[in-house]
Design a protein around this ligand. Structure first.
Ligand SMILES: Cc1cc2nc3c(=O)[nH]c(=O)nc-3n(C[C@H](O)[C@H](O)[C@H](O)COP(=O)(O)O)c2cc1C
Length: 317
C-alpha cells in the first residue's frame, strides 16, 4: 500500500481538503499524472495542470526554456492544446490521478477566461481552478495581475461561470510598486477569489555575449527557481499581513522552493500551502522529502498541525 503523508500535514484551502500542503506548480508537472513514473503522486496535496487557453497555442520558438545561474528562464508562451482538446483528450483521464488536480486558466481577454472557466466547471475531477493573470490583456497590453480594476472584472466574470468549483487567483510578482500587491490581492478577494496563489515568474532576460543575441527567442521571459524565493516570501508576508489574514483567505506560496525550509518560510510568512515548480526538473524526490521534514518541523515546534504555524513569524517589536 502506498505510504500516505503524515495526517498532521493535511490542510483546508477554502473548503478544498488536501492531504499535504505540497502542490506541483502550473506548467511544471504536465496536465495531471505525467510525473507518476518519477514520484508517488499520493504524497502530493495537488497538481496544478498546465495553463489552458480558449484557443490552442503553439507557444514561442526555441529557445524557450533555459537554465540560469540562479534558477530557470522561460518564455514558453503558454503552449497548450486549447480548451476544446483539453475537454476531449485530457479531462476524461483526470479522475484516475491519485491526487487532487487543479485546473489553470490563461487568456488575453475576459471572455477567453470566462469561457475556459465555464467549460472547466463541468469537469468533476477539477474541484478548483487557478487563474493565471500574468498575461498581457487586450485593454492596453498590461497584465490583469497589475491592474486592480481589470482584475476585478476578470475575477467576477470567472466567478460567475463557476458553481461548486473553487477559484484561486495567481498574482503577478510585478505588482510591487503602484498599485501595490495588497491592492491587487484585495481586488481579487472582493471579486470572489477563494484563495490567492503568490506568485508567478519574475520578468527577466539573458544575453549570449558571444553572439550578442538574446538567449530566449521571445527576448524576455520569466525567472523562476532559487533566485525568486526571497521575493515570494516577501510577497506572501505583505499580502498576508495587508489583507489575507483579516479576510481569512488562504495563500498558496510559490517561488524557489527547493527544500523543506523554503516551504516552512512561506508557511511562517502566511501561506497555507506552497507550490514547487523549477526544482522538480532537477529532483522529483523533493516533494516527498519536504513532507517528511515538515513533520519533523512540527515536532520541533510542538504543534499539532501545519495550520498552527501559518503566519507565525515572530516580528520585531
Ligand atoms: C517551464 C515553466 C512553465 C510554466 N508554465 C506556467 C503555466 O502554464 N501557468 C502558470 O500559471 N505558471 C507557469 N509557470 C510558473 C510556475 O507555475 C511558478 O509560478 C514559477 O515557476 C515559480 O515557482 P518555482 O520557482 O518553484 O519554479 C511555469 C514555470 C516554468 C519554469
Amino acid at each position: 500500500m502506498a505510504h500516505q503523508p503524515d495526517p498532521r500535514l493535511s490542510i483546508d484551502l477554502a473548503g478544498l481538503k488536501l492531504k499535504s500542503p505540497v502542490i506541483l506548480a502550473a506548467g511544471t508537472a504536465g496536465f495531471s499524472d505525467e510525473l507518476a513514473d518519477v514520484m508517488d503522486l499520493a504524497h502530493i496535496g495537488a497538481v496544478v495542470s498546465k495553463s489552458i487557453t480558449r484557443e490552442p497555442r503553439e507557444g514561442n520558438k526555441t529557445w524557450r526554456i533555459l537554465p540560469a545561474k540562479s534558477g530557470m528562464l522561460n518564455a514558453i508562451g503558454l503552449a497548450n492544446p486549447g480548451i476544446e482538446r483539453f475537454m476531449i483528450d485530457i479531462a476524461p483521464r483526470l479522475s484516475a490521478t491519485p491526487t487532487t488536480v487543479i485546473g489553470s486558466i490563461a487568456g488575453s481577454s475576459i471572455e477567453d477566461y470566462a469561457e475556459v472557466a465555464r467549460q472547466m466547471d463541468t469537469v468533476d475531477a477539477l474541484p478548483a481552478v487557478e487563474l493565471n493573470v500574468s498575461c498581457p490583456n487586450v485593454h492596453g497590453g498590461t497584465e490583469f495581475g497589475v491592474d486592480p480594476i481589470a482584475l476585478t472584472e476578470l475575477v467576477s466574470a470567472a466567478r460567475a461561470e463557476l458553481n461548486s468549483t473553487k477559484l484561486f487567483v495567481k498574482l503577478s510578482p510585478i505588482a510591487v510598486g503602484q498599485p501595490s500587491i495588497v491592492e491587487v490581492a484585495q481586488a481579487a478577494i472582493e471579486a470572489g477569489a477563494d484563495a490567492l496563489t503568490i506568485a508567478n515568474t519574475v520578468p527577466a532576460m539573458g544575453i549570449d555575449v558571444r553572439t550578442r543575441r538574446p538567449v530566449l527567442s521571445n527576448v524576455t521571459g520569466g525567472l523562476s527557481g532559487v533566485a525568486v524565493h526571497p521575493i515570494a516570501v516577501r510577497l506572501v508576508h505583505t499580502v498576508y499581513q495587508g489583507v489575507a489574514k483579516e479576510a481569512v483567505v488562504p495563500i498558496i506560496g510559490v517561488g524557489g522552493v527547493t527544500d523543506w525550509d523554503d516551504a516552512a518560510e512561506l508557511i511562517l510568512a502566511g501561506a497555507s500551502a506552497f507550490q514547487i515548480g523549477s526544482a522538480l526538473f532537477a529532483d522529483p524526490k523533493i516533494p516527498a522529502r519536504i513532507n517528511k521534514h515538515l513533520s519533523r518541523w512540527l515536532n520541533t515546534h510542538r504543534v499539532e498541525s501545519t495550520k498552527d504555524l501559518i503566519g507565525q513569524i515572530i516580528l520585531p517589536d
